[in-house]
Design a protein around this ligand. Structure first.
Ligand SMILES: Cc1cc2nc3c(=O)[nH]c(=O)nc-3n(C[C@H](O)[C@H](O)[C@H](O)COP(=O)(O)OP(=O)(O)OC[C@H]3O[C@@H](n4cnc5c(N)ncnc54)[C@H](O)[C@@H]3O)c2cc1C
Length: 581
């Protein structure tokens, strides 16, 4: 046998000892996650100390000066932290994840492999079983990482949102699959070598084991980025169905993994309860924004609605509206599973409405555009479309963990296309007041690249007199029109979309710029993201917050340029919101 392992025959006490070690190592593997959580808390504590130590000394001349020494260590600590997090946040290669994800994933794999190998002696079967049980011990954490609700214990402990944790869920899935694949192939090797294959292949534990690994293979393959991009629906449906079905063959496979399966069932049930609690039905209007492939959904709120407290940048899952209200089984299914994430593009507390702006693509968003057009065809010109039932689940999102942006010397917001749904509310809450980021003297630069000016129509409501003229002009949104006239080429070449494109008004650029809203300055061509970032950094020596949401190529270019300033030791906060995974 290879690597010092053999097929050993054990007596009863030795089998008992092996059973004990299998239980011990799988328990260690499961509880090791605590180490990660403790690391997070230690990190938060250190950051808190550093923050306190570097905070400005009192402005009053009678205030006591800050402790310079402690400020120095804290500043150095913050700078080192920033350099490390910047380095780890860089992509290894486009679509291959970041350095940090690779390092964390490899470290966790090595640790689990160690727990799978340590103390197995020369017993090949012990090693084989260890791979299986150590892999199974990670399943509850894996399911927990997929919880959307902000009440997820992991989200609360790590202060990361569902979207940020999703990548850990993906990495964990790969590690578990790797361990299960080792378990299955080592067992098959053992059966073949010992001549038991023909006999054992008919046993329930082997059959259920093979079914489980097949299901895992389908789950892992359909979750690959290339397949997810080809059909998110296939990925999503397969994932939801198999993630539940998988528990049955695993339950029948071996008894000692059943405690982990019981934990998973508890996680699934609680998750479903919390998610159902987060779904609310509203009445709202939907319509196509003229001259664009955007659809807007407006849901009026009343003063007692809890939605008024939603934070800028949060998103919801919109169930595909059918236009009619029904309590059929199919309707409940659609409400629950045919959902797409969209960002709240309004300031609910100020606008007294929820606004979603969706770009028409090929799936649910296309049905949404079709519905909007058929509803507006039913009413006369100038009349508003009738209200229809709309179901939303949420709110979710990492924006609740954004720092207080008003504390930064400069804020640079960079949006591409519909990515502005994330940044417009953040921007508005800074300059219009009431919002969490309201700044007394905002130094904000908001750059927004769109293909057509018409795409910005939804963004800024008519001024209500709250903001001063200087607020509006000093911080005007710099809109860059990258394709000033002509048909909207963002559309797919499907029949309906071409129809929509043809229906657009092809207006000359001058007319377009004249239609710019107050609070916007219009430029033609692509923004020079690098120079804009440099300008923001050279115009100030203080801290800079950079938030971006748009096409990957744009946000990567921006990150690259901001990285130059991070290397120079500038105090930078970076947040990039992505509209896909
Ligand atoms: C946090 C977040 C906020 C977003 N905000 C906006 C916004 O304000 N405006 C906007 O136009 N677009 C937004 N998007 C992107 C938008 O959700 C997708 O473009 C849209 O769902 C694609 O619709 P479709 O018709 O092509 O796909 P469909 O075939 O309808 O989608 C099928 C399934 O895929 C899921 N899905 C599809 N695309 C994505 C995706 N990118 N990420 C996660 N799940 C997905 C849906 O949940 C659905 O279950 C956001 C995405 C995310 C992740």
């Amino acid at each position: 046998m290879a690597f010092g392992y053999e097929f050993v025959i054990l007596n009863e006490p030795e089998k008992e000892q092996r059973r004990y070690l299998l239980g011990l190592y799988s328990t260690i593997a499961q509880w090791s996650a605590l180490g990660v959580f403790i690391f997070f808390q230690a990190y938060f504590l250190l950051c808190w100390f550093a923050e306190r130590s570097t905070s400005e000394p009192p402005k009053s001349p009678f205030g006591r000066p800050g402790k310079l020494k402690s400020r120095t260590w804290a500043r150095k600590f913050q700078q080192a932290l920033q350099q490390v997090s910047w380095w780890t946040g860089k992509s290894v290669r486009r679509g291959w994840g970041t350095r940090g994800e690779w390092i964390a994933g490899l470290a966790w794999t090595v640790w689990l492999l160690f727990l799978s190998i340590h103390n197995t002696g020369d017993d090949f079967l012990h090693l084989t079983k260890r791979f299986g049980i150590v892999g199974a011990s990670q399943l509850p954490l894996h399911y927990m990482l997929a919880i959307k609700s902000p009440y997820s214990p992991i989200q609360l402990i790590t202060r990361l949102s569902h979207e940020q944790l999703k990548v850990s869920h993906q990495i964990m899935g790969r590690i578990i699959y790797f361990l299960f694949a080792l378990h299955a192939s080592f067992y098959l090797y053992f059966f073949v070598q010992s001549g038991f294959l023909a006999q054992r292949i008919r046993d329930l534990d082997v059959i259920t084991g093979l079914i489980s690994i097949t299901m895992f293979t389908i789950l892992s393959t359909t979750a690959l980025e290339i397949l997810r991009r080809w059909s998110y629906r296939v990925f999503y449906t397969t994932h939801i169905i198999l993630a539940g079905l998988l528990l049955e063959p695993l339950f029948l496979h071996v008894t000692h993994i059943r405690p982990y399966l019981a934990e998973i069932v508890a996680i699934i049930v609680l998750h479903e309860i919390v998610r159902n609690y987060s779904v609310r039905r509203y009445s709202g209007m939907i319509g196509v924004i003229p001259g664009t492939n955007l659809v807007e959904i407006r849901i009026p709120l009343i003063s007692t609605d809890k939605e008024l407290t939603w934070k800028p940048g949060q998103h919801v899952y919109l169930s595909r509206p059918t236009g009619v209200s029904s309590s059929s089984w199919y309707e409940s299914f659609v409400t629950r599973y045919r959902v797409n994430p969209f960002t709240i593009a309004s300031l609910p507390a100020k606008d007294k409405q929820l606004l979603l702006v969706t770009r028409t693509l090929s799936g649910n968003t296309k049905s949404l555009a079709d519905l909007a057009r058929s509803l507006s065809a039913e009413v006369g010109p100038g009349e508003t479309s009738p209200s229809i039932p709309i179901a939303l689940e949420g709110p979710y999102g990492a924006s609740v963990h954004l720092p207080d942006l008003s504390k930064f010397d400069r804020v640079l917001l960079v949006a591409g296309g519909v990515g502005a749904t994330f940044l417009v509310p953040v921007y508005r809450s800074m300059i219009e007041g009431e919002g969490v980021f309201r700044s007394a003297n905002p130094q904000i630069r908001f750059v927004w690249a769109v293909r057509k000016l018409a795409e910005t129509q939804w963004a800024l409501p008519s001024p209500d007199g709250d903001e001063t003229e200087s607020d509006v002009t000093q911080n005007a949104v710099e809109v860059y029109i990258t394709r000033p006239s002509g048909a909207n080429l963002q559309l797919d070449n499907t029949g309906d979309n071409i129809e929509l494109a043809e229906a657009e008004q092809l207006m000359p650029f001058q007319d377009e710029t004249e239609k710019a809203r107050r609070g916007m300055t219009v430029h033609v061509g692509r923004p020079d993201i690098g120079s804009i970032a440099d300008e923001v950094f050279t115009n100030s020596f203080g801290s800079v917050a950079v938030l971006a949401c748009g096409p990957q190529i744009m946000t990567e270019e921006l990150r690259e340029r901001v990285g130059k300033w991070v290397k120079e030791g500038r105090d930078v906060y970076w947040h990039c919101e992505t509209f896909g995974w």
